[in-house]
Design a protein around this ligand. Structure first.
Ligand code: GAR
Length: 209
């Protein structure tokens, strides 16, 4: 059984999708053991508490520099015996020390089809604003491993979602969450816990469904 630690910053609808999947028995080889938030007021923390999942808060601004923060976060993750770390709307940048300490054990959900609309500055609603500005007809979501390049780690799962006439960033964000994010994140977590994802040297993955 793999220990899953979920890192959050906000509302936590992706965390909820993971909790629901776990409660429905869809992640048989994993258990969400802790939710860590960068924000003490994140609603995601209440979702965890309602489900008797341990919580912790760690804020970047409480540390002098990136390395001090990274070391504290790695210490916390090790104390929770994390096998898999899921970034589910986590808005704090992780430094190299964290990434190297948990190589191929950190996954992120991004609200576009990478390599479109990703990289530094592309998070949350901004991603959908840019997609609408460009006029793309299809967007979606991506689950990928986290490496030193922002949104540049090996892709695990992707799902496409249609853009519709009259979409606002908010409407598109909701459709991408409902039709893509809340489906592919639990699936990717389950595949990881089943040891079905192989990361290859060329920064791609092979999935054994
Ligand atoms: C989600 O749309 C997630 O894909 C996005 O933030 C939102 C968090 O929502 N993440 C990023 O943009 C990361 N670059 P949630 O707190 O309701 O899960």
């Amino acid at each position: 059984m793999k220990n899953i630690v979920v890192l959050v910053s906000g509302g936590g609808t992706n965390l909820q999708a993971l909790i629901d999947a776990q409660n429905r028995g869809k992640i048989p080889n994993g258990k969400i053991s802790c939710v860590i938030s960068s924000n003490p007021d994140a609603y995601a923390l209440q979702r965890a508490e309602k489900n008797d999942i341990a919580t912790a808060v760690i804020r970047r601004k409480d540390y002098e520099n990136q390395l001090a923060y990274d070391k504290a976060l790695v210490g916390l993750l090790k104390s929770k015996n994390a096998d898999l770390i899921v970034l589910a709307g986590f808005m704090t940048i992780l430094g190299e020390y964290v990434i190297q300490s948990f190589r191929n054990q950190i996954i992120n959900i991004h609200p576009s089809l990478i390599p479109s609309f990703c990289g530094e500055g592309f998070y949350g609603l901004r991603v959908h604003q840019e997609a609408l500005k460009k006029g793309v007809k299809v967007t979606g979501a991506t689950v990928h491993f986290v490496n030193e390049i922002c949104d540049g780690g090996a892709i695990i799962l992707q799902k496409a979602v249609e853009v519709q006439n009259g979409d606002t960033p908010e409407i598109l964000q909701k459709r991408v969450m409902e039709q893509a994010e809340w489906q592919i994140l639990p699936s990717a977590v389950s595949l990881f816990c089943d040891d079905k994802i192989i990361v290859k040297a060329d920064n791609t993955t092979e999935i054994h469904f």
